[in-house]
Design a protein around this ligand. Structure first.
Ligand code: COA
Ligand code: HC5
Length: 637
């Protein structure tokens, strides 16, 4: 998938409009009373996420540790696992508990996952959680062009929304199996709400009066823009152009207090500031209008001028965090599930809050929008006067001002700390690995392992996202890309004493091992979410924490110095996210047929990491791997 998303919608061909879909709202269990029969039929047709066998997970966990921990650490972990697994022991008890939970819920994992991975995670969503998405640069270069493009973009989203509202979204398939479509119904009209200790998500799409407006932010000022005519038809691009023009004309002041920057703050601090902000009735209404809106459109001001070579990296910065308070970080509401961002210089893209959905539904929506913006407009605009877009007001008390100043400072520190490098690997794409009968994704992951090993002379715990959407309400599991086979390959590759035939053999084995882990993960048989489930159950049942979870090897296994994800799209996009540990890298890639887009991130405060250096090392690794394949006679493969 990421083979399934946009691509499968087209390629698989089996995709057919189906009357799927009354969504189940995030963090609430599917309730038989509030969903339609058709949705239930589809949901029932999907298998439930399995609980893998305990022994299988323990064995696979040991293999996953082998390339990343020391021999004595491994020995200790083996002892702890033996104790954990023994007959009548805590492992069995927890396993039975998980199986019971699985029998009583639609998905034993999803709610836990949303809580643990997102809503109780307290670092700012900016950089640490919300991905950015950079679209190919459009060919406008001024305000009028910005407005015209933004108008078409809104119309394109509304066109996609019609498929959601009419329940005509094509069901996606992976390997002939239908996928859970629930996430599509979570991304519009929803918003994250900060809390003091944990956040929540509201979804207004299925309320009795679903929202008919979007929010537009320009020069840090927010507006409500109704996007439907009174007869229920969506506004046309021409109508939207008029409205966006009016918004821009009435928000020319550039010295406004950037209330939106509060959403970049650490979640506990924002949770506190939020309560203070909405004490005021006007503020509360304004915030509520943003939260209820279908999505937010950010009409951005300028970004720092850069060379042609680095302009895609600056675009990634703009999409990921806005560049700091002096640029566009205040021109956002980062809690909003979906924000489209349009600059004045042809740069455009999106930022999304991750709790309600994974990348694929977002990318499918964006691919649809890009296609839509390329088509000529067919609909004629009704000749009716449109109501003035309504400006949202905020009363800024000294206390709120102080919170905003703090948020600005913290955002600027984070912006200064993030290093991000976007590269286009133009030598080949999926074509080359395919011609060698190798999985392109596995080939890229093995190249990443080689790049990392060349820089650091060791292997590190590596995360790759795997989709669990074959299962009802499925989210993700982890593909552990550092394997015994990848370790054997990277250690041999630069060894002058090894023959090419041996290197190619080790490469093929590493690639096959990765693809096999991928198959295991997407079929619900990986180890990470299972181990998480066992641990969370121990916590829930107030058991003393089993030692396998306090073991240093477990911490090492979860310290992902490489956090990676493949996000394919039809449009020539690049997606990006930050590292998940202070001394790590975030690597997102979009493999196209003849090139690969990469975004590599790291933190400047970490002296050991350097995004550009890793990006270069990946490029070299891919090239060197191809060279050795080309130089080695095929018969020997
Ligand atoms: N020989 C020739 N071709 C091969 C091959 C082989 N041995 N193995 C795979 N291919 C082909 C596939 O048929 C496919 O063809 P296509 O381009 O025509 O579709 C293509 O190569 C890609 O396959 P592969 O590279 O193996 O990857 P994938 O598309 O199956 O994706 C994952 C693998 C892990 C990325 C995917 O399963 C997944 O789970 N993605 C989800 C990620 C996610 O949800 N992230 C969430 C982040 S928010
Ligand atoms: C536009 C899509 C960006 C992809 C985001 C992504 O891959 O998020 C991962 C989600 C998951 O559950 O694996 C998390 N990660 C960024 C840390 C890899």
């Amino acid at each position: 998938m990421w083979g399934i998303c946009s691509r499968a919608m087209v390629k698989v061909g089996m995709a057919k409009p189906c009357g799927l879909v009354k969504p189940c709202h995030l963090v609430k269990p599917v309730s038989a009373t509030r969903v339609s029969g058709r949705y239930l039929t589809h949901q029932r047709g999907l298998p439930a996420l399995p609980v893998p066998p305990l022994q299988q997970t323990c064995e696979r966990y040991i293999s996953a540790l082998e390339p990343i921990v020391e021999v004595d650490e491994l020995k200790h972990t083996k002892e702890l696992l033996a104790e954990f697994q023994k007959a009548g022991g805590v492992g069995e008890r927890l396993q039975r508990g998980l199986e019971k939970r699985a029998s009583k819920t639609d998905n034993w994992l999803s709610e836990w996952w949303v809580q643990v991975a997102y809503l109780t995670y307290r670092l700012p969503v900016v950089v640490h959680s919300s991905p950015g998405l950079v679209l190919p640069r459009m060919n406008f270069r001024d305000k009028q062009g910005q407005i015209r493009f933004a108008a078409k973009l809104i119309a394109g989203v509304l066109d996609f929304k019609t498929m959601i509202d009419n329940e005509t979204l094509p069901v996606e398939y992976l390997g002939g199996k239908p996928l859970c479509m629930n996430q599509y119904y979570e991304v519009l009209s929803s918003c994250r709400i900060p809390g003091l200790k944990k956040d929540s998500v509201v979804n207004h799409a299925k309320s009795s009066r679903p929202p008919k407006h979007i929010t537009v932010v320009h020069n840090f000022q927010f507006f409500v823009l109704d996007v439907y005519n009174s007869d229920g038809t969506p506004l046309t691009s021409d109508q939207l152009c008029v409205q966006l023009d009016r918004i821009c004309s009435s928000s020319q002041q550039t010295n406004m207090v950037p209330v939106g920057i509060l959403t970049t703050q650490h979640r506990d601090l924002w949770g506190k500031a939020y309560l203070n902000l909405i004490k005021d009735k006007t503020n509360k209404q304004s915030v509520s209008a943003i939260q209820r809106s279908i999505f937010t459109l950010c009409l951005d001001g300028a970004m720092p001028q850069v060379s042609e070579e680095t302009c895609r990296s600056t675009a990634a910065v703009q999409m990921l965090h806005g560049g700091g308070s002096q640029w566009n970080s205040g021109n956002r509401w980062f809690d909003k599930t979906l924000q489209f961002i349009v600059g004045e210089d042809g740069t455009c893209g999106a930022n999304y809050e991750h709790a309600p959905a994974e990348g694929p539904p977002i990318v499918a929506l964006i691919d649809h929008v890009v296609e839509y913006t390329r088509k000529p407009e067919m609909t004629r605009s009704p000749m009716v006067p449109l109501p003035m877009p309504q400006k949202l007001h905020f009363n800024i008390t000294p206390e709120i001002k102080k919170d905003i100043e703090e948020a600005k400072q913290d955002m600027n520190i984070l912006a200064g700390d993030l290093d991000i490098r976007v590269t286009v690997f133009g030598h080949f794409g999926k074509d080359v690995p395919k011609s060698h009968k190798m999985s392109p994704d596995a080939f890229i992951q093995v190249a990443l392992q080689l790049a990392y090993y060349r820089m650091y002379q060791h292997c590190c715990a590596t995360y790759e996202s795997a989709s669990l959407r074959m299962f009802r309400l499925g989210r993700t599991d982890t593909i552990r890309s550092a394997s015994n086979a990848s370790a054997a390959f990277v250690k041999a590759f630069d060894d002058p004493n090894r023959q090419n035939t041996e290197k190619v053999d080790l490469m093929a084995k590493a690639v096959a091992a990765h693809r096999s882990y991928t198959n295991m993960a997407i079929s619900g048989q990986a180890i990470d979410r299972h181990l998480l489930g066992l641990k969370l159950l121990a916590l829930e049942e107030n058991l003393s924490m089993p030692e396998i979870f306090t073991d240093p090897a477990f911490a090492k296994a979860l310290h992902y110095r490489l956090s990676t994800s493949q996000v394919p799209s039809k449009a020539d996009c690049v997606m990006c996210f930050g590292p998940v540990v202070p001394n790590g890298y975030g690597v997102c890639y979009n493999p196209m047929e003849d090139h690969i887009n990469f975004a590599v991130s790291s933190f400047n405060t970490c002296k050991e990491t350097d995004a550009s250096q890793l990006a270069q090392a990946v490029e070299n690794a891919l090239l060197d791997m191809r060279t050795v394949l080309d130089q080695t006679p095929r018969a020997k493969l």
